[in-house]
Design a protein around this ligand. Structure first.
Ligand code: MG
Ligand code: MG
Length: 255
C-alpha cells in the first residue's frame, strides 16, 4: 500500500537524505587508487554517526556494512571487503541513513582516476537517466512514466536496463510501496500525488540487462561481465513538482 507523507515527515526524510548526500560527497573525495572498500565503509560509518544519524543499511535484512560498494561489473549490493581500488575502476556507492526514524537513500558511481571513455559514457548516461526519471515525478503523472523515460533513454545508447532490481517508496522503512521499475510503459501505473516519496535508482549495464547474484547471496553482477553504473536520489513529489531530498543546498523541506 502506498502511503503519502506529510510535510513534517518529508522534513525528516530530508534530514536523513541530506546526511546521505554529505556522506557520498565525503566518500567521493576518498575514492582513489589504493583505497580499500573497507576503508571507505568505515569512514562513511564514522561520518554518519558523527552527524547523529544511524547507518541505514547495517543490519537491515542482515546486511553487514554501512555502504553497498559495487565495483565494475558488480551492479549493486556489494559487501565491503579488503579489495583495493585501481586506476580505471569504477565504484558504485550506495548509502542509507536514518534520522528520527525516517530513511534517506542515495547512490553514485565514481571513477577511480582515469577511466575508459565508454565507461565514462555509461556513467554519464545513467546519471542523466536518473534526472529524466526525476523530471517525470509530477503530480498527475503515472508511476511508470519514470521507468519509461529511463529505459528509452538508456536503450537508445544500446545499454542494458536491469529488470530484477527497482526503485521504491521510502519513509519509516527503507523499502516501501510502490516499486519503481527502471522500465515500463508510459501512461500506466498508479497516478502520482503530492506527498509521494520515492527512491529512484537506474542500474544500467554497458552490455546486456541480465544479472546474477553471487554465492554470498548479496552481490549482483552483470551476466556478461561488462561494467554497470548506479545513480539514485530520494525524491518528494509536491504540487510544484519533484524536490530532490538527497542533494546539497537548500530545499523547501529544510527548516
Ligand atoms: Mg540505495
Ligand atoms: Mg534504494
Amino acid at each position: 500500500m502506498i502511503r503519502l507523507k506529510t510535510e513534517d515527515e518529508i522534513r525528516k526524510i530530508r534530514k536523513a537524505a541530506k546526511i546521505v548526500y554529505e556522506t557520498l560527497e565525503m566518500v567521493g573525495e576518498h575514492v582513489q587508487p589504493g583505497v580499500s572498500l573497507n576503508e571507505l565503509d568505515q569512514m562513511a560509518e564514522k561520518f554518519i554517526v558523527s552527524k547523529g544519524a544511524i547507518p541505514g543499511f547495517k543490519g537491515l535484512y542482515g546486511f553487514p556494512a554501512t555502504l553497498c560498494l559495487s565495483p565494475n561489473d558488480m551492479v549493486v549490493h556489494g559487501i565491503p571487503n579488503g579489495q583495493i581500488l585501481h586506476e580505471g575502476d569504477i565504484i558504485s556507492v550506495d548509502c542509507g541513513a536514518i534520522v528520527d526514524g525516517y530513511y534517506g537513500d542515495a547512490a553514485r558511481t565514481f571513477a577511480v582516476g582515469e577511466i575508459d571513455s565508454e565507461i565514462r559514457k555509461l556513467m554519464d548516461v545513467t546519471r542523466t537517466a536518473l534526472e529524466k526519471g526525476i523530471a517525470k515525478c509530477q503530480s498527475g503523472n503515472h508511476l511508470y512514466d519514470i521507468g519509461h523515460s529511463i529505459q528509452s533513454y538508456c536503450e537508445s545508447f544500446g545499454f542494458g536496463v536491469v529488470r530484477e532490481l527497482v526503485g521504491h517508496g521510502i519513509g519509516t522503512k527503507l523499502h516501501e510501496d510502490p516499486q519503481v521499475p527502471n522500465y515500463g510503459v508510459a501512461g500506466t501505473g498508479p497516478v502520482m500525488k503530492p506527498g509521494l516519496c520515492l527512491a529512484i535508482e537506474p542500474m544500467i549495464n554497458a552490455g546486456g540487462k541480465e544479472v546474477y547474484t553471487a554465492k554470498d547471496g548479496w552481490a549482483v553482477h552483470t551476466m556478461d561481465g561488462k561494467t554497470s553504473a548506479h545513480f539514485e536520489h530520494t525524491v518528494a513529489i509536491t504540487e510544484n513538482g519533484p524536490v530532490v531530498l538527497s542533494q546539497g543546498g537548500e530545499t523547501i523541506f529544510d527548516s
